[in-house]
Design a protein around this ligand. Sequence first.
Ligand SMILES: Cc1cc2nc3c(=O)[nH]c(=O)nc-3n(C[C@H](O)[C@H](O)[C@H](O)COP(=O)(O)OP(=O)(O)OC[C@H]3O[C@@H](n4cnc5c(N)ncnc54)[C@H](O)[C@@H]3O)c2cc1C
Ligand code: SF4
Ligand code: SF4
Ligand code: SF4
Length: 370
Amino acid sequence: MKTFFNLIQDVRKQGKCHHCGGCVTFCSAINYGALKTGEDGRPDFADIEKCIECGICHMICPETGDDHEIRKEAGWTAPGGRTIGTSVARAGDLIIRERGTDGGVVTALLLHLFDTKKINGAVVSRNMDSGRTPWLATSREEIIDASGSHFDSSHGMARFGEAYSTFSPSVKALAEIRKEGLEKIAFVGTPCQINTIRRMQALGVVPADSIVLCLGLFCSGNYTMTKESFKPLEQDYNFDYHDIEKMNIKENVILRLTTGELREIPINALDPAKRTACRYCGDFSAEFADISFGGIGADDGWTTVITRTDLGHALFTQASEKALELYSYKQNPNYATQAEAMVLSASSAKKRVAKKNRKDLESGPVTVIS
Ligand SMILES: Cc1cc2nc3c(=O)[nH]c(=O)nc-3n(C[C@H](O)[C@H](O)[C@H](O)COP(=O)(O)OP(=O)(O)OC[C@H]3O[C@@H](n4cnc5c(N)ncnc54)[C@H](O)[C@@H]3O)c2cc1C
Ligand code: SF4
Ligand code: SF4
Ligand code: SF4
């Protein structure tokens, strides 16, 4: 039976651990207590003597084995996962729309599900000084408070101190669900986080049994941003790191400065700040989510939405009538099809790069990451 010991050897030491927190969350939720999360976010043994070698942490790690079981469960099809429908939408409520990263659709949908009692909470991620932090929101106000993405500060980067991470280890907030005794929770997260939740659900293990809906965010990578990592870009794109007020990732990275000016930077230019594990990840569009969301393919202020499961499609269709505004396709009937093509193209590019990086890792000199 492979255990956390193997995760250290095969995943963590090779730099492939994305700090999703799935292994620690399960081991803690079932009270084995063998694992902990270190200060740097990586999983570790808390007490090796408590490990009963159940092997579940190994099975739910997105970096182990293949996705056969969850693919079967999701009805996954090539090239980019099951797609029932692709739309471009935005929140009906102007305030939600303005707070949103793109069209505020994730927040508007969560609020609609909360108001209609389909969920009694949502794992979201709110902005704190050190970066996005997982949060179990159990009221309308808390869901709204967590809207938006990456950093968004009227005071620019100065607010965040030395380093800012765009990654939020949201799976860890599942521990709160058990404490609060909640049962109908929506989870918002990156494709790797959705992957570990689907693996937990396929095995029927806690705490993923309380998740009724997985909302996936498109993801080209997560970044640890420091003044140092932005130095080469400051000169090329004429901005000061401390003046960055808002960052959004669509086809490119869009920086809004405190002066109101925009800077558009190719995503690859941020590669030096990308987390190591993200280099090996081939899921761009959250292929195992109930519904996936991103800005790519949509005009500013709109969100591209892919419904992937019957449940996700039904809930999105209901919300579209009450809480969302769908893009009027009269001007361009091919708009959603074009958005879908852009998502597929970004997905294929990410899979290609991940495959190459994995091959290089396997054939190159061994670099051990502690
Ligand atoms: C790390 C990251 C990388 C992304 N990369 C791309 C990309 O390359 N291309 C692209 O088109 N789209 C990308 N997205 C998705 C995009 O930024 C928007 O999140 C998406 O379009 C939804 O926008 P919205 O206005 O509808 O959502 P909103 O209504 O603004 O809601 C966003 C929700 O996401 C939650 N959230 C915010 N940050 C995080 C985080 N770090 N981890 C987990 N949950 C979070 C918030 O709490 C909120 O519930 C990325 C998102 C993230 C978090
Ligand atoms: S008890 Fe199970 S889940 Fe916890 S570390 Fe050991 S093998 Fe992993
Ligand atoms: S990727 Fe997630 S499940 Fe795998 S070792 Fe890292 S934190 Fe644990
Ligand atoms: S690129 Fe992959 S591993 Fe990195 S945060 Fe996004 S989904 Fe997770």
